[in-house]
Design a binder for this molecule. Structure first.
Ligand code: ADP
Ligand code: MG
Length: 610
């Protein structure tokens, strides 16, 4: 008879495996501990972290605390005070219910708990180390609970090594704080990181909470939503279409005060904005759905951010119409039709027609960038005019549908030829999007936005400490309030920003004062642009590993380059092409998208033979 090979895993091993599902990073611990404190009825919650939570995460609450038995029990797997029977799952009002979090966290960190109930004279102190119980003693402490989680993943080096740098991990933590702080406006949240207070959110109403997290400027960009049916209540705020932004930040969906992600409902929001915003911009929203827990199933994901509804089509329709109604009340769009479902009779094209073409003036001798990159034989061109060419394109609004179908067929050697030819082409602009020209019998189609993005990118990329870009001092320094997260990032990037000509100082909590901007960047909305730059920067750090300076150059290029929808004069098109072909990689944007397409004259001939 052969030996048995199946054995039951010891508890601490099972917990360590389960922990992999619940705890991906320090932010997951933060989420679970904050949620527990909320479930315990706390009115004040303080979060203290060190090294982005890698060495310390401490949560102090003034909630109801635990008695000596519960204090020990809470670390057992499937130990929960929140449900008793499977039926309770359909009437959940608490954040937690699986009873897995504490067991998982204790399995992969050194954990201490101090807790006391109001009626108890002394508190309980428990220590657990990598899932192993160390001690339970009495202690003096205030009513409530403190969890101390040290050296996360100390016994799972593979996971520890997988963690990103502190800045990225801290961003995840701030995201989690925002997700619980926005719906729980009656709780006072305090957040300290490495000894600095990052957030202090006193109790208040929803708008006050949003303002203290995002910045008070946001108030005038939001309109309230309020819709009641017997099935669901919708509350919250959505942004005015003109305040849509280029990134998907500030999109919050809460169902019964729990942050959720639901692509279907997200789509409903975009549906409501359809024809009011361009394809590349995103509305901000802080939306709260309230409904009977029996109509929701939040149990489909271990970290509980996904949600299913028994009737999601009904929720979809209601969401679309209530947003449209709210925007209508705010007088957005000339002919919003609330009664016929889903129809906005505003013609996207009509927007184009209202815009009168501003006069574009440009300087014939103007060269926006380093003159020695110019291939032009024209000497006057080499005398760089300090005026940035953004100023030449004022007043245009992006109203184009930006579907990009360019395929890149250009070859390196063709480029060499192109460079060697005197730049003496004839240009025309197609759909305010492409520059079309001919060379060597072929047709060349250049994406204007991507081309300029590449040019600006390389221009900034070449900048080093020694060759700092000059900073143009502002007549009126501009104060910008940033989110806690952006503020941290901005501080972190101070040196890189300075090299590129941004001159700013820290000004109180979460705000900066901009004194100067790159001298070759003119007439742009400073606050908005800096925020978009930071946002692009953050997105880049999540997807890829690029060095800070490079990343910042990409972010600046992406956010300050000329856009689709801008009319270009012949001379401007010529300049773009001229600078483009002198770039190190004229064929691709920094993120690898194609910039130009070549239609071979032989293909054209072939076509007309038929
Ligand atoms: P769940 O939240 O799913 O019940 P957890 O593992 O997060 O599971 O917590 C287990 C139990 O420990 C909770 O059900 C609760 O009774 C207790 N508990 C956890 N944190 C606190 C706290 N901050 N204050 C009071 N009780 C708590
Ligand atoms: Mg919990």
């Amino acid at each position: 008879m052969s030996n048995n090979t199946i054995t039951l895993l010891p508890d601490h091993v099972a917990n360590q495996i389960a922990a992999g599902e619940v705890v991906q990073r320090p932010a997951s611990v933060v989420k679970e501990l904050l949620e527990n404190a909320i479930d315990a009825g706390a009115t004040q919650i303080k979060l203290i972290i060190k090294d982005a939570g890698k060495s310390l995460i401490q949560v102090i609450d003034n909630g109801k605390g635990m008695n000596p038995f519960d204090a020990r029990m809470c670390f057992e797997r499937h130990a929960t005070s929140k449900i008793n029977t499977a039926d309770d799952l359909f009437a959940l009002t608490t954040k937690g219910f699986r009873g897995e979090a504490l067991a998982s966290i204790a399995a992969i960190a050194q954990v201490e708990l101090k807790t006391k109930k109001n009626d108890d004279l002394v508190g309980q102190h428990i220590e657990i180390d990598g899932g192993k119980f160390i001690a339970q003693t009495e202690c003096q402490c205030a009513t409530g609970t403190t969890f101390i989680v040290k050296n996360l993943f100390f016994n799972v080096p593979a996971r520890r090594n997988f963690l990103k740098n502190d800045q990225v991990e801290q961003k995840h933590i701030i995201d989690e704080i925002e997700r619980v702080a926005i719906p729980h406006t009656d709780i006072h949240f305090i957040f300290q990181s490495n000894g600095n207070e990052i957030l202090n959110l006193p109790p208040g109403n929803l708008m006050q909470r949003i303002k203290s997290l995002i910045g008070s400027y946001i108030q005038k960009e939001l309109v309230p939503i309020s819709e009641d049916t017997n099935f669901v209540k919708i509350r919250g705020y959505v942004s005015l279409p003109e305040n849509a932004i280029k990134t998907r930040k500030e999109q919050y969906f809460f169902v019964n005060n729990r942050f959720v992600k639901n692509p279907f409902l997200n789509h409903a929001i975009y549906e409501a904005y359809k024809e009011l915003i361009t394809y590349q911009s995103h509305p901000r929203y802080f939306l709260f759905l309230e409904m009977d827990p029996k109509n929701i199933d939040i149990n489909i994901h271990p970290t509980k951010t996904e949600v299913k509804f028994t009737d999601d089509k009904a929720v979809y329709m209601l969401l679309v119409s209530s947003i449209k109604r709210a925007l209508g009340k705010a007088n957005v769009g000339p002919s919003l039709d609330f009664d016929s479902e889903m129809s906005i009779t505003l013609d996207a094209q009509s927007e184009n027609r209202i815009i009168t073409q501003p006069k574009v003036s440009y300087n014939q001798n103007y060269n926006p960038f380093n003159s020695n990159t110019s291939v032009s034989q024209d000497n006057t061109l080499q005398k760089a005019n300090k005026q940035h060419w953004e100023t030449m394109f004022e007043g245009f609004k992006n109203t184009q549908e930006n579907t990009i179908t360019t395929t890149d067929t250009s070859q390196q050697n063709a480029l060499e030829e192109l460079k060697s030819e005197a730049v003496n082409f004839i240009f025309f602009q197609l759909n305010q999007k492409y520059i079309v020209t001919t060379y060597n019998k072929n047709v060349l189609i250049v994406d204007q936005q991507r081309a300029h993005e590449r040019i600006v990118y390389e221009h900034y990329l070449k900048t080093k400490k020694e060759t700092k870009i000059a900073s143009q001092q502002l007549l009126f320094p501009e104060q910008i309030e940033l989110s806690a997260n952006d503020f941290t990032l901005m501080k972190d990037l101070t040196d890189e920003f300075k090299i590129l000509g941004f001159d700013f100082e820290i000004f109180g909590k979460n705000s900066i004062v901009v004194n100067g901007t790159p001298s070759d960047l003119k007439d742009f909305k400073i606050a908005e642009t800096i925020e978009s730059i930071l946002e692009t920067f953050k997105l880049n750090t999540i997807d890829t590993k690029i060095e800070k300076h490079d990343n910042l150059c990409r972010a600046i290029a992406y956010n300050t380059c000329i856009k689709y929808g801008k009319h270009l004069e012949n001379e401007e098109m010529r300049l773009i092409l001229e600078h483009l072909i002198n770039c190190e990689d004229p064929l691709h944007t920094a993120s690898g998208k194609s910039i130009m397409m070549e239609v071979d004259h032989l293909d054209i001939e072939k076509f007309f033979k038929k």
